[in-house]
Design a protein around this ligand. Structure first.
Ligand SMILES: [Zn+2]
Length: 418
């Protein structure tokens, strides 16, 4: 049991200047005003020293091992960047995938991320890192072939639901990297396993133009025809959508994972988040891989999402702070299959973070405003997942930080030597 006191609390629904949070096991027992705190028994008291406590962040789209490729292909156009990155990716081994994932998890925990949805090659090693570290994750293999899709069966059987922290989705890389048979196999596989799909969707203008040439329709129209959205779907990017595309995503309950930094870094464009939301599309927020961002800082991502929406709409009122937090917490967590995470209330998962109470730049009257417009990853003092403290004041409680950093350095060298 932990009792967080002396905190400014944002539960995801309400703010409390004198808040308190009580956890028991992996659950929240109470989150609200300190004056109504129930009997806390022998709970360990954590003095928040006036810092903001809020739900942990959910990174809805990432490629964790790509932290080892950070900076590669910088300032190159998408196609050249991809060629540069893919050449190095050929050198990944199970060991380097594990090292890269663990290094990314360190960065995510340090920055207040308590769950992430990832798509990469060697999922077993990624899941090992997730289980070893204590974080929550939704893992899928970015498949381009039937063999890749079929590999999810064993993965799902072995790991889905592990420790209540792992979900296995079927990963389909994208329309332009798979044919219709592969896409239909992904749907069948996800339906049989009773799971969802993670896919890249309408990231760039050339992708949409190519889809028109191949299928005579947009990527969302094509995938809808294939039946892809018949299962819970996380669709990364969704930068180039028509009004009709938005209606399809809304009707099928697809969650778009908005990755503003990556889309700007590669000059893919800016997703029309306000319009998507007006059409009824669920929109979460993701960092994408660290090779196209180049951080895993969800605070920067929230700020960028808000600013991009305001400029796109020509309105300072577009995408207010509370909506951005909702996207970066509960919308993402729900899309990953972690329904109890993303808010702090009695019975919710004890996935929470505590920010520095002494950070001068967090001195804003409105708590959500401070979180979205002023905070950054370095402000995080404590990260808790499922009631366990995984990071606190520079210390990782489940990860050998020195070893992980050294192994990450070796792994980055191995990738570059080939
Ligand atoms: Zn991606």
């Amino acid at each position: 049991m932990y009792l967080f006191k002396n905190i400014r609390l944002y539960t995801g629904e309400a703010s409390y200047e004198r808040g308190a949070v009580l956890t028991d096991g992996d659950n929240v027992l109470y989150a609200g005003d300190e004056s109504a705190l129930p009997e806390a028994g022998d709970a360990e008291v954590i003095d928040g020293r006036g810092g903001i406590c809020m739900p942990g962040l959910s990174n809805a789209h990432s490629h964790a091992p790509m932290v080892l490729l950070r900076g590669e292909g910088a300032d190159l156009p998408l196609a050249e960047w991809l060629a540069c990155v893919q050449k190095l990716e050929e050198n990944f081994t199970p060991e380097t995938i594990y090292s890269g994932t663990m290094l990314a998890i360190m960065e995510m925990l340090r920055g207040g991320i308590t769950s992430f949805a990832d798509m990469y090659f060697e999922c077993t090693d990624m899941i090992r890192a997730v289980l070893d570290s204590g974080i929550r994750a939704n893992i899928s293999r970015g498949s381009t072939s039937i063999e890749g899709i079929e590999s999810h069966r064993a993965l799902h059987r072995e790991f889905d639901g592990a420790e209540g922290r792992v979900r296995v989705f079927v990963g389909l890389h994208a329309e332009y990297t798979s044919d219709e048979t592969v896409a239909r196999t992904a749907v069948e596989c996800a339906k049989k396993l009773g799971t969802g799909i993670h896919v890249h969707l309408s990231e760039s203008a050339p992708e949409v133009a190519g889809c028109f040439e191949r299928h005579g329709m947009t990527p969302p129209e094509y995938f809808d025809r294939v039946g892809l959205f018949g299962v819970p779907t996380i669709a990364a990017h969704c930068v180039h959508l028509s009004d009709g595309d938005m209606d399809i995503l809304a009707a099928r309950g697809v969650t778009a994972a908005h990755c503003p930094a990556s889309n700007m870094y590669l000059a893919s464009g800016v997703a029309k988040v306000t319009k998507m939301r007006q059409h009824g599309v669920c929109v979460a927020i993701g960092t994408d891989g660290a090779a196209s961002n180049n951080t895993l800082d969800m605070f920067r991502e929230m700020r960028l999402a808000a600013f991009a929406a305001k400029v796109t709409e020509g309105s300072a009122s577009a995408l207010p702070a509370r909506d951005v937090i909702n996207m970066a917490t509960s919308v993402g967590a729900r899309a990953m299959g972690f329904e109890r995470a993303g808010v702090l209330s009695a019975g919710s998962a004890a996935d929470l973070i505590l920010l520095d109470g002494e950070a001068l730049h967090l001195n804003a009257t409105d708590i959500p405003t401070a979180i979205v417009y002023s905070a950054n990853a370095a402000d995080v003092r404590l990260t808790m997942v499922g009631g366990k403290i995984l990071y606190r004041d520079g210390e990782y409680l489940t990860i050998d930080a020195n070893k992980t950093v050294c192994e990450g350095r070796d792994a980055a060298r191995i990738l570059r030597k080939g």
